[in-house]
Design a binder for this molecule. Structure first.
Ligand code: CA
Length: 464
C-alpha cells in the first residue's frame, strides 16, 4: 500500500452505522468546525509528528474518520475559508485571492464573500440551528460581509486575518484590533487561544439544548509567533526559537480542543455532535516553523504541502472510526452538514462539494470526486484519481503519480503526454469558464509564489 500512512494503527476499516445510543438532546446533530490556521501537515500526532504532542487532536482522530487525502480549496487563508464556508469552489465566484487593501482599480464594496453566496450558517439557520463563530473571519470587513449578516447569530472575534495572542494597546495595527462581540463585552485577552477556548466552551454550554453550529476559527499557529512561557518550557529542547514557539502554540491549540470535547461529554451531547478538525491551508514552512512532511511544498502553492491538510470528521453516534482514503475536500462540509441537518440539496445550490455521509457509511469503490481542481493566482492544479497536474506560467506542466510518489519528487509529465494533454484541457476549460476575479493582491505575491516552487522542503520528521 503506497498511500500515505496515517500514523494511527487502524486496521482496514469498514465504516458502518455505529451501535451507540443517541445521547442527543435535540434530534439533529450539532456541528463544530475546528479550524487551525497555517498548521503544517506533519505537525500533529495522527499525521506523524513525534516532536509535537497533540493528544486531544489525536483522540479525536482515533475516534473519528481520518481523511488521508483531505484537501482544502486554496493554499492560503481567505479563499480557503470562502470555499469551506460555502461549499463552493471560491474560484467559481471570483474569490481567488487573499484579502488585502484593495488596489485602486477594484471597489472595496466587493472585497469579501459575495453577498449572493450562502454560508453554512445561512443554510443551517433555515433548518432551525443557532450559529456561532469564535475567532478569525477573514471574509470581508465591510458591513455587508460581517458574520452577523452571513447567518451567524453570535460572534466573538475579529474580521481580519490575524491577531496578537496577548493583550496589546489598540493602535490600529493589523494584529492589534479590538475583539468584537455581539453577545458580551469582550474580556481582555489573556492568551488568545485560551480565550477562544473559553468562548467555545461557553457556547457549547449555553446551546446544549438546541441544535447548533459552532465555527471555532482558531488562529493558531498562524503568525505572530507568540506563546506562553509555560508552554515554551515544554519544548525547551527545540533549539530553533521559531519552531519552539510554533510547537508551544500547537500545544495550546490542542489543550483547548480537549476542553471543548470535555464540555461536549459533560453536557452529554458528544456522540450527537459532528466535529471536524482541519487546517485552512498548509504550513508556511520557515515563516512560522511548520513542517508539511511527508509532503512537498508549503502554504501558497499547489503542491500537496499547500493544500493537503490534517482532516478529521468525528460523529460517534453514526460513524465508526477509520481511515477514508479517497480524495475529499473542505467543500464537502457544507453539503454534508445540510444533509445531516435534514435539509435538501438541489442543483440550484451549485455546490462543488458533495454530501460525504453516504460514502462514509457504504465504503464502496465510488469516489466522492473523480476530479478536484484548484486555481490560485499564477497557478492551477488538477487531481484525477491518483494523478496530479500543476500548471505554472514559466515551465512545462508538472505531473505526479500520488500513489507512488506522494511527496511529488518525480515529475513524470514527459512520459505521459496524452494524460498531460487531457488534464490540461479539463483544467483549462474550467479556468476560462469562471467569472472574473473580485479583487487582487499586490503583484509581488505572484513572483513570490513562483519562487516557492523552486525551493526544497523538509519531507521527514525532525529527530526530536
Ligand atoms: Ca491560513
Amino acid at each position: 500500500m503506497n498511500k500515505i500512512k496515517v500514523s494511527i494503527a487502524f486496521t482496514f476499516l469498514i465504516l458502518t452505522f455505529a451501535n451507540g445510543h443517541s445521547q442527543s438532546k435535540s434530534e439533529n446533530p450539532n456541528f463544530i468546525i475546528i479550524l487551525a490556521d497555517d498548521l503544517g501537515y506533519g505537525d500533529v500526532g495522527f499525521t506523524g509528528s513525534t516532536q509535537i504532542k497533540t493528544p486531544h487532536i489525536d483522540a479525536l482522530a482515533s475516534g473519528g474518520v481520518v481523511f488521508s487525502d483531505g484537501y482544502v480549496s486554496a493554499p492560503v487563508c481567505a479563499p480557503s475559508r470562502a470555499g469551506l464556508i460555502t461549499g463552493r469552489n471560491q474560484v467559481n465566484f471570483g474569490y481567488d485571492n487573499n484579502l488585502s487593501e484593495p488596489l485602486p482599480q477594484f471597489n472595496k464594496e466587493y472585497s469579501g464573500l459575495p453577498i449572493e453566496e450562502k454560508t453554512i450558517a445561512d443554510r443551517l439557520s433555515e433548518l432551525g440551528y443557532v450559529n456561532g463563530i469564535i475567532g478569525k473571519w477573514h471574509l470581508g470587513e465591510e458591513e455587508q460581509f460581517h458574520p452577523l449578516e452571513r447567518g451567524f447569530d453570535e460572534f466573538w472575534g475579529y474580521l481580519g486575518g490575524g491577531h496578537n495572542y496577548f493583550q496589546t494597546e489598540f493602535k490600529g495595527a493589523k494584529y492589534d484590533r479590538p475583539i468584537i462581540s455581539n453577545y458580551k463585552k469582550p474580556q481582555s485577552i489573556t492568551y488568545l487561544t485560551d480565550d477562544k477556548g473559553d468562548e467555545c466552551v461557553d457556547f457549547i454550554r449555553r446551546h446544549r439544548d438546541e441544535p447548533f453550529f459552532l465555527y471555532a476559527s482558531f488562529n493558531a499557529p498562524h503568525a505572530p509567533m507568540q506563546a506562553t512561557e509555560a508552554d515554551l518550557k515544554l519544548y525547551a529542547h527545540i533549539k530553533d526559537e521559531k519552531r519552539r514557539t510554533y510547537a508551544a502554540m500547537v500545544h495550546r491549540l490542542d489543550v483547548n480542543i480537549g476542553r471543548m470535547i470535555k464540555e461536549l461529554k459533560t453536557q452529554d451531547i458528544h456522540d450527537n455532535t459532528v466535529i471536524v478538525f482541519l487546517s485552512d491551508n498548509g504550513g508556511p514552512d520557515t515563516n512560522n516553523g511548520s513542517i508539511n512532511a511527508p509532503f512537498n511544498g508549503r502554504k501558497g502553492i499547489l503542491l500537496e504541502g499547500g493544500i493537503r491538510v490534517p482532516f478529521v470528521l468525528s460523529y460517534p453516534e453514526k460513524l465508526k472510526s477509520g481511515v477514508y482514503d479517497k480524495a475529499v475536500t473542505s467543500l464537502d462540509l457544507a453539503p454534508t452538514f445540510v444533509a445531516l441537518a435534514g435539509g435538501e440539496i438541489t442543483k440550484n445550490d451549485n455546490f462543488d462539494g458533495v454530501n460525504l455521509f453516504p460514502y462514509l457509511i457504504n465504503q464502496g469503490t465510488e469516489n466522492p470526486h473523480e476530479t478536484l481542481m484548484w486555481r490560485f493566482t499564477i497557478s492551477a492544479g488538477i487531481r484525477k484519481g491518483n494523478w496530479k497536474l500543476v500548471r505554472l506560467p514559466d515551465r512545462l506542466p508538472l505531473l505526479y503519480n500520488l500513489d507512488k510518489d506522494p511527496s511529488e519528487q518525480n515529475n513524470v509529465a514527459s512520459e505521459n503526454n496524452d494524460l498531460v494533454q487531457s488534464m490540461l484541457k479539463e483544467l483549462g476549460n474550467w479556468d476560462v469558464s469562471t467569472p472574473h476575479i473580485l479583487f487582487l493582491e499586490g503583484s509581488k505575491w505572484r513572483r513570490n509564489q513562483l519562487d516557492l516552487y523552486d525551493k526544497s522542503y523538509q519531507l521527514e520528521q525532525p529527530k526530536n
